[in-house]
Design a protein around this ligand. Structure first.
Ligand code: SF4
Length: 345
């Protein structure tokens, strides 16, 4: 096992001869009795890779992936996240071992990689970072990146990234829009403050209106990340989530209305649910769970019935027929809200 980034650890392991003791302060191993042991004397220390110095990813299958519809070139510009959302994993792995929970590449390193692909004809990019703008340093880096893209005259570039609702502001986003930002995925998670507190998002849903107004003024598409159902969600909270989703987003995929909390091992929410007796078995790397309120469980079943009952209508739509999609979405939302009313106490 390796603690922290794996690049240096794997090289060090590969360079060792068969039968030699394992070295490296970031490596742990298991003996024949499955006891976990550090490979080196002294405390185990996480590796933090100097990201600017790492080789760029091997892209030999890029065109193959593009033929299957994955058009964008993925760029990894940072690792980790300084926030502590209760369902999320990066901080769980970094909290005890890594001094800097958000490790990042310089704007120069990022623009070099983008430019390389641009010269090869690529125009569409997606940042795969957990959160592209987690702090002041990240915002400064984003401005520098925008200036560099402009200096290099990379026209027709388009890119997207993931961030939180509180990272959106008009000044920075208008600079980014000018050099190609066309879409952001925002982890709203819920439109009810009780759920946001459970998720430890450190935001209140009252800011979401401003976030969406800025994006709308700048004509940047917002893709919402929502967790509509969790074990402790109330019927009223489901209603707020659906109303928020229905009122603000044109996109629709079947799973949007059936999004439910994924409970991963080691996360704060896993221990909280365990204490409340709501956690079940571990199945394929995540915990199953049960609803606290039987009315919400019934509502979950209603939602499945309604959404899956419209599967054929959804599949028969042409991907480009936005009007038909919008009508279908409205009809489904109407049915879901009626189901919510039916389950209100
Ligand atoms: S959900 Fe997003 S903001 Fe929260 S810890 Fe995970 S990556 Fe960071």
């Amino acid at each position: 096992m390796c603690v922290g980034d794996g690049e240096a650890a794997i090289l060090s392991l590969l360079s060792e001869q068969e039968g030699q003791p394992r070295r490296g302060s970031s490596i742990l191993w298991r003996d024949d009795d499955r006891n976990q042991k550090p490979a080196a004397k002294g405390p185990t220390k996480a590796n933090v890779a100097p990201l600017d110095d790492l080789a760029w990813p091997d892209r030999k299958y890029l065109h193959f992936a593009q033929e299957f519809g994955y058009k964008a070139v993925g760029i990894s510009s940072s690792r980790g996240c300084p926030f502590r959302c209760s369902f999320c994993v990066p901080h769980v792995y970094s909290q005890d071992s890594i001094e800097r929970p958000w490790n990042y590449r310089s704007a120069h390193s990022i623009v070099e990689e983008i430019h390389h692909h641009y010269d090869n004809g690529e125009r569409l990019f997606t940042f795969s970072d957990e959160h592209f703008l987690p702090n002041k340093m990240a915002r400064r880096r984003a401005s520098e990146l925008a200036a560099m893209i402009k200096d290099r005259n990379m026209r027709d570039l388009r890119f997207m990234f993931d961030c939180r609702a509180d990272a959106v502001d008009e000044e920075l986003f208008s600079i980014l829009k000018e050099v190609g930002l066309y879409r952001v995925y925002i982890g709203f998670e819920a439109a009810a403050n009780g759920m946001l507190m459970d998720y430890r998002k450190d935001v209140k849903m009252e800011i979401y209106g401003d976030t969406l107004s800025v994006l709308s003024r700048l004509d940047i598409e917002a893709i919402p990340g929502m967790i509509i159902f969790s074990p402790t969600t109330t019927v009223g909270e489901v209603q707020k989530n659906i109303e928020f989703f229905a009122g603000n987003f044109a996109t629709y995929a079947e799973e949007d209305f059936l999004s439910r909390l994924q409970v991963l091992p080691g996360t704060p929410i896993a221990s909280s649910l365990n204490t409340q007796g709501l956690l079940g078995e571990m199945i394929e790397g995540e915990y199953s769970w049960r609803f606290k309120d039987p009315a919400v469980e019934s509502l979950w079943n209603d939602f499945n019935e309604i959404v899956k009952g419209r599967s054929n209508d959804f599949l028969s739509l042409q991907a480009h027929d936005r009007d038909a999609l919008s009508t279908l979405k409205k009809e489904i939302e109407h049915d879901l809200l009626r189901a919510v009313s039916g389950r209100m106490q």
